[in-house]
Design a protein around this ligand. Sequence first.
Ligand SMILES: NC(=O)c1ccc[n+]([C@@H]2O[C@H](COP(=O)([O-])OP(=O)(O)OC[C@H]3O[C@@H](n4cnc5c(N)ncnc54)[C@H](OP(=O)(O)O)[C@@H]3O)[C@@H](O)[C@H]2O)c1
Length: 311
Amino acid sequence: MKRREQQSQANLYDSLEAWTSGNLKNQESKTVLITGAYSGIGYFTALALVKAGAHVLIAGRNSEKLDKAASDIRGVATMGSVETMLVDLASLESIRNFADAFLERHASLDVLINNAGIMMPPESLTEDGFESQFGVNFVGPFALTGLLYSALTRTPGSRVVTLSSIAHRGAHIDFDNLKLEKPYDPRREYYQSKLANIIFALELGRRAETKGDGILSVACHPGFTKTNLQRHVDPAILEKMVFMEAWQGSLPTIIAATGEDVKQGDYYGPDGPKEMGGFPALGVIDNAALNIDVAAKLWELGQEATGVVFP
Ligand SMILES: NC(=O)c1ccc[n+]([C@@H]2O[C@H](COP(=O)([O-])OP(=O)(O)OC[C@H]3O[C@@H](n4cnc5c(N)ncnc54)[C@H](OP(=O)(O)O)[C@@H]3O)[C@@H](O)[C@H]2O)c1
C-alpha cells in the first residue's frame, strides 16, 4: 500500500467497520492466533478477523478476560469463530504447555500475531529470570513462534506478525543487561524489547526465506494508541499526548496479517507525522534493526535462553 494513496483515503474512515469494508477481504478458512487479544490492539484485530470469517484463537493470561472478550466478539460477529486459551508469556513452562495444547487441537496455523506486550512496569524478572519487558515482549514470543513453527510451515501462505514500536528507533540491545544486571530504566528496557521485536521479525523472514519454508514474517506498530499499555505511565504525561483509538491502532496489524501486497520483512505503521497516527502504510525501520550481526547474536540468545531451536 502506497503512503500517498492511503493518506488521501484517510478521512473516509471513522470506524473499524468503515475501514474493514474496503480493506479486509474474506478470511474464511484461516486460523489465526493472537496473543494478548482481550484488550487494546489485539482485541480489535481479533474482532475484525472474526467478522471477516476467520477462526481466531485469542490467547492471554486471564481466563475471565478471555471469556469476556470472546463473548463480546461472538455477540457482534455474524461469521467466523473464536476460541480462547491461557498462556503466560512470562513463563516458558506456560508457553510450552500452550504450544503442546495448540498443536493437539490444530494441524495448521495461517497467521500468528505476536501482539501481547507490557510497557514500563515496576522492576521485575520473569519466571525464567529475564527483565520482564525483554522476557514478555521478546523471549516469550520467540519461544512461542519456534514451538509453533511446524504448524506454520505446514500451512501454505502462513504469516508471523510481530508488534514493534516507534520506540525501536534509537534503541540498542545491551546483551549485558537482559536480566537486570544494571539499574532498572523502564523506558530504556521497553525500547530495547521493541527493537528486539523488529530484529526478530526481520531475522525470522530471512531464515524462512533461505530455507524455503514459505513463511512471511512482517512487523508492525500502532503509533500512539490509547490502551491499557500506558497503565504505568504518569497520567500528567498522558494528558499531553494525542492518541488514536484502539480500533485505528489495530489497522497496521490487520494489514500486516491479511494484506495481499505485504512482502517479506515489511514493517507497517500509521501514515501520519512521525508515524504517530493515521492509517496503514510502510514505516521507517531504524538502522539498528538492520544489523545482521546483532540479529544473529539475538537469535542465538533466544535459542539458548528458551531451549527452542527453530527447525
Ligand atoms: N498502544 C500503543 O501506543 C503501542 C505503541 C507501540 C507498540 N505497542 C504494542 O502493541 C502491542 C499491544 O499492546 P496494546 O497497546 O494493545 O496494550 P494492551 O491493551 O495492554 O494489550 C497488551 C496485551 O498483552 C497482554 N499481556 C501482558 N503480559 C502478558 C503475559 N505475561 N502473558 C500473556 N499476555 C500478556 C495483556 O494482558 P493483561 O491485561 O493481562 O496484562 C494485554 O491483553 C504490544 O506489543 C505493545 O508493545 C503499543
